[in-house]
Design a protein around this ligand. Structure first.
Ligand SMILES: [Zn+2]
Length: 374
C-alpha cells in the first residue's frame, strides 16, 4: 500500500512544501484547496464543473448529512461518492464546528455532546464513536475526529479544559476507527489562542499517531497575529511526514500564509459564498460585480484567469445576470472564484517544485489588494 503522504519538494526559506496525498479514491496534489460541499453539493456547480476548474478533492459535512438525508440512506445509495456523483477524494468534517455554532442548542455530556437539530428541534446525542461510524457510512476518504470548538476569546483555563476534551475524544475516535477500511482519520489540534496549549495538543495528538493532522478552532474573529501564532504552535509539534490541514481558512492571503507555515490542505466557504454575493476574486483583489463601473465593461472577470467563465463572458454580462437575478449568475461566478482558488494553490505548488515559493508569495502580495480593487 502506498504511503498516505509523500513530500515532493520542501522550501528552504519557509515551512512550505509540495506533496501528494493517497486516498481510496485516488491521489491529490498539495497544497490543495477543497471546495465546500456542505450538503453533498458545492453550491451552484456540479462534479463536472469541479473537475474542469481543477478541484481534486471536495469537502462535505457529517453533521448536516447525518440529519438530512441520513447517513444510512446515503450508505444504501453508494456512499457519498455514489450519492453526489463525485468519484474523487472526499473529506468529511466531523461536525464539531457545526455543533459549536448551535450555541444555545447544545450541551456537553459525560460521553459527548447533546444537541437539538436545527432542522426540526429533535434531540440528538453525538459521540466521537458515532462521528466515526457516520463517516464510515458516508464512505469519505478522509474522516475527521470529533472535536470541541470554543469561543474567542476564551480564558486559558477554559481553553485547556476544552483541549483535554478534544484529546480524549481523539483517543476514542482512534479506538473506534478501522484502519483496514482504507479510510483515513485525521486528528484535530485545539487549544484556543494559547501557544502553550496548542503545542501540547499537537504533541499529544502526534503521540496517538494519526495518518494526518489538522489545526481547528481558527477564523473565529481573532486578530490575524494571534491566528498565525496559533497555527505556528499547532504545526510545530506535528510530524513533517504527515499531511497538515488548516481548517476553515480563508482569504487568498490566509492561504498563502498557511502554505508558508507548512499547511498542505485548506477549505473555506469564501470563494463560493462570495460568488453568490457578486464578489469575484482577481489577481489584483476582489471586485464587486454590482458596481456601476462594470455596466459596459467588455473584460472577463480576471483577464489572467483561464476558467470557462473568463474565456466566455464579460463583466458587463455577469453584472446583467446578477442584476436580473438570473440563476446562471451563481454558477458562472462560482466556477470563476473556485478556479481562482485552484490556481492560487496550483501556482504555489509549481513555485515550490521550482524552488521559488517565497518569490511567488511576494509577487502575489504585491499585486493583491486585500481591501478589494473597486
Ligand atoms: Zn475565471
Amino acid at each position: 500500500m502506498k504511503p498516505v503522504f509523500a513530500v515532493e519538494a520542501a522550501d528552504s526559506l519557509s515551512r512550505a512544501r509540495a506533496g501528494t496525498v493517497n486516498t481510496l479514491h485516488g491521489q491529490f496534489p498539495t497544497p490543495a484547496f477543497m471546495p465546500v460541499g456542505t450538503r453533498a453539493s458545492v453550491k451552484a456547480v456540479d462534479p463536472r464543473d469541479l473537475r474542469e476548474l481543477g478541484a481534486s478533492i471536495v469537502l462535505s459535512n457529517t453533521f448536516h448529512l447525518m440529519l438530512r438525508p441520513g447517513a444510512e440512506l446515503i450508505a444504501s445509495l453508494g456512499g457519498l461518492h455514489g450519492f453526489m456523483g463525485w468519484d474523487g477524494p472526499i473529506l468529511t468534517d466531523s461536525g464539531g464546528f457545526q455543533v459549536y455554532s448551535l450555541s444555545g442548542l447544545r450541551k456537553l455530556t459525560g460521553d459527548g455532546l447533546e444537541f437539538r437539530s436545527p432542522y426540526d428541534g429533535s434531540s440528538f446525542s453525538f459521540t466521537p464513536e458515532r462521528a466515526v461510524e457516520v463517516q464510515g457510512l458516508l464512505g469519505s476518504d478522509i474522516m475527521m475526529c470529533l472535536d470541541e470548538c470554543i469561543q474567542y476569546p476564551a480564558s486559558e483555563a477554559e481553553a485547556e479544559r476544552s483541549m483535554a476534551v478534544t484529546l480524549d475524544w481523539a483517543a476514542r475516535s482512534k479506538a473506534a476507527w478501522r484502519p483496514e477500511s482504507g479510510q483515513l482519520l485525521f486528528g484535530i489540534c485545539q487549544g484556543g489562542f494559547h501557544p502553550r496549549l496548542r503545542e501540547r495538543s499537537a504533541a499529544e495528538l502526534a503521540g496517538l499517531g494519526f495518518p494526518g493532522y489538522a489545526a481547528g478552532g481558527l477564523a473565529l474573529g481573532e486578530p490575524k497575529a494571534l491566528r498565525l501564532e496559533a497555527v505556528e504552535a499547532s504545526f510545530s509539534a506535528l510530524p513533517d511526514s504527515k499531511p497538515r490541514y488548516l481548517m476553515g481558512l480563508g482569504t487568498p492571503l490566509d492561504i498563502l500564509d498557511g502554505i508558508r507555515m507548512g499547511a498542505d490542505m485548506f477549505d473555506c466557504v469564501l470563494p463560493t459564498r462570495n460568488a453568490r454575493n457578486g464578489q469575484l476574486f482577481t489577481r489584483g483583489g476582489k471586485i464587486n460585480i454590482r458596481n456601476a463601473r462594470y455596466r459596459s465593461d467588455p473584460l472577463p472577470p480576471d483577464p489572467r484567469c483561464g476558467c470557462r467563465t473568463c474565456r466566455t463572458h464579460s463583466r458587463a454580462y455577469l453584472r446583467h445576470l446578477h442584476a436580473q437575478n438570473e440563476p446562471l449568475f451563481p454558477r458562472l461566478a462560482t466556477i470563476h472564484n473556485l478556479a481562482f482558488y485552484q490556481d492560487l494553490v496550483s501556482e504555489a505548488r509549481k513555485s515550490l517544485l521550482a524552488g521559488a515559493f517565497m518569490c511567488y508569495y511576494k509577487q502575489f502580495l504585491d499585486a493583491y489588494s486585500p481591501e478589494g480593487r473597486d
